[in-house]
Ligand binder design. Structure first.
Ligand SMILES: [Zn+2]
Length: 151
């Protein structure tokens, strides 16, 4: 359940099950899913992965969502990405029948807030499991001569 980048008319998603990366057009997704007779406007169901068939859902933050406990972490930034995508889809009219777009829209983040966390545009990469690989610019290893010249 993760998106990597929001583009003009599409977005990039990474499949949680198989790791496949694909681009999904905004027009191919619809906000809202019916559950127990009610439509939940916070959910964005994604089309099944073409590679493994997994279906994933994106969930935007609740209207009364509290400040994130660790702002700047992957979870926080990903949530912001989902909120931005959600708002965009609602504005495009990509909503399930029976949803009031005004109610569906939810919390819209200010550009200033987004700029703070997304300096290079709406783009995010899942952190690698090995924290060593997360360093953006690993310092080059200084290779010492294995043997000192003997006199
Ligand atoms: Zn997959």
């Amino acid at each position: 359940m993760s998106i990597r980048e929001i583009l003009d008319t599409e977005f990039e998603q990474e499949c949680d099950s198989c790791g496949a990366i694909r681009t999904i057009a905004d027009g191919d997704v619809t906000v809202g899913i019916e559950r127990e007779g009610q439509v939940d406007p916070k959910v964005i169901p994604l089309p099944p992965c073409q590679n493994c068939g997994a279906t994933e859902f994106l969930l935007r933050s609740a209207d009364d969502e509290k400040e994130h406990s660790s702002p700047g972490c992957f979870g926080h930034r990903h949530r912001l990405m989902v909120d931005v995508l959600h708002t965009k889809l609602v504005k495009l009219g990509q909503v399930t029948d029976g949803i009031d777009p005004k109610k569906a829209q939810g919390h819209e983040h200010h550009k200033k807030e987004l700029d703070k966390w997304f300096k290079e545009g709406m783009k995010i990469r899942r952190p690698k499991e090995n924290p060593e690989e997360n360093k953006e610019e690993p310092s080059p290893k200084i290779i010492q001569p294995s043997e000192e010249p003997h006199e």
